[in-house]
Design a protein around this ligand. Sequence first.
Ligand SMILES: Cc1ncc(COP(=O)(O)O)c(C=O)c1O
Ligand SMILES: [Zn+2]
Length: 404
Amino acid sequence: MNYEIKCFECGSMIHDGFLDSCPRCGGLLTIDMDLGEMEGKDPRELRQRPMGVWRYAPFLPVEERNAISLLEGGTPLYDCRALGKEIGVKRLHVKYEGANPTGSFKDRGMTVGVSRAVELGCKVVGCASTGNTSASLAAYAAKAGLGCVVLLPSGKVALGKLAQAMFYGAKVISVDGNFDEALSVVRELAKEGHLYLLNSINPFRPEGQKSVAFEIVDQLDFEVPDVIALPVGNAANIWAVYKALTEWMSVGWIDRMPRLIGVQATGSNPITAAFRLERKDFEAVEHPETVATAIRIGNPASGKKALKAIYDTDGCATDVTDEEILSAQKLLGRREGVGVEPASAASVAGVLKLRAEGEISGSDQVVCICTGNLLKDPDTVIKNAGEVLRSEASAAAVKRLIGG
Ligand SMILES: Cc1ncc(COP(=O)(O)O)c(C=O)c1O
Ligand SMILES: [Zn+2]
């Protein structure tokens, strides 16, 4: 396994493994994998290995023998016929990332990122987070025996995620500011050498996150869907999906790209706003707000990468209101028995909207990536799921309540 770390923007080679941006132009970093050995190989050979992130080890920039793993990935791809019918698309699948060890897709990036931290000999890892990154990092740091510091925007992190970060033993710091401000602080701490940064601007994180796209194609028996829709927050995941599929194109394992569709909340939509103006860069939203706290990010660190992923695949970006998000969340639960957190439901809400607008056709094969588990945010569920009926402890009283 050979790779190079490069600047995504000016192409400079990066030799210092601790940098999180280009010393020449300040640009984002990315990893170029040398995949020559995989060319012409039969992709189905990988199926001799168990499902999960490390099935795709030849496409990852960390030696598998060094992996810090909680057996992440290998999540279900649900065939959602009832929901597809409701939305008006013939084939709709939901990739259920809530089934990961800490309940979100972040575990895919974290197994690679924390393994890299160990390879580099780091002792303390850290991140800023809207919640899921901190939950995941705390768990993988515990597994690796590393110290862990997480910075969370005060009062805006869903309860389940906060509980997780505290439970796994991270030093949890609530910052008076939003995610974007917390990220600047933790970047400064990383620069001064106090911790190894494991936000998704660390290019090893998206490398692990590529595996969600590998799995989707693998689970569809190497058929490429027409559309993959996913929520966009700090914007690395859509880039990871794009990068994965370009790598499989380059070794001849697939012969076309799906359209990638990034979905944001209307109160937190810098990428969508840039897409509408056909721009390659975006302007930050200063005070992002949405019920989908996981994607309450106004200044997405990987925004430029996300826009490239969208333009290169003839995809699009759209935004959905909080009402649309909560209604899609409920629809997915009640039609399919799949429970996802609000940010994850944005992908379904986006597909509903784009189908109604004709941007997605009824004959398209669509995959929605639902990034996090319902139980991450129990408060929002309870607020929006209707009421609990109360009864005295007698069959007669309960019968009155259930009727018929
Ligand atoms: C549940 C969930 N969905 C989506 C996202 C957005 O992913 P990205 O920041 O890679 O765009 C996040 C990020 O925190 C998340 O926690
Ligand atoms: Zn550069």
